[in-house]
Design a binder for this molecule. Sequence first.
Ligand code: ADP
Length: 231
Amino acid sequence: MKRNDGRKHDEMRKVEGKVGIIKRADGSAYFRIGDTIAIAAVHGPRELHPKFLQNPERGILRCNYDLMSFSVPERKRPGPSRRSTEISMVTKQSLLPVLDLEQFPNAVVDVFIQIVQANAGTRCAGITAASMALAHAGIPMSDLVSAVAVGKINGDVVIDIDKYEEDTDNATDIPIAITGRSKEITLLQLDGEVSKDELMKGIELAKNGCDKIFEVQRKALIDFIKEKKNE
Ligand code: ADP
């Protein structure tokens, strides 16, 4: 099957990333995949209030994902929704395994993710940007997390489906997040039907895609350090 925009089955849309885009935040990042653009800002670690929410053993992570009103064709009503609450939760779960928050008892690290432009794959773009922003903020991490969605359209397993493909009949979307070096899967969501073989093929595609995304993330962080040195 030929894809809508002519990409090969294993070809992602163009990806790019940058860190240090929001001066007031402790860490920040931009990540783009095709027409999907995510920005992430990290605040903290800082003391958590109200105090009864504090954990004396480790800092806690809070993630907040949202689509900007102008990010989708029809204006999106501002404020949280069931969808944004679910995505915020899975984002947190996909990032927690690489974070070491034991050094920050009673503290909170807040991650705000805004989707500036949406054309499918926004939760993955948000997770990728958030991971870069956390590293930029200097939060102790054992690894980065990279994410991309794979999917099945009309029987073909492909990487990074766009909105047009997602809206075709029989489309299945499988967002996957993978740690950069240790290659552990920290998120896998699946609605729709796939066989075991198709799922394994999808995971292979996601691994290759995440390798490329990991390189973009690393390069963004290295470029930032180089620029700082030259200042
Ligand atoms: P993801 O963005 O992670 O793929 P979904 O599968 O929930 O998550 O959404 C798929 C796509 O549908 C989004 O990327 C976006 O392009 C579009 N979309 C989501 N919410 C809205 C909305 N409220 N209005 C218009 N389009 C939306």
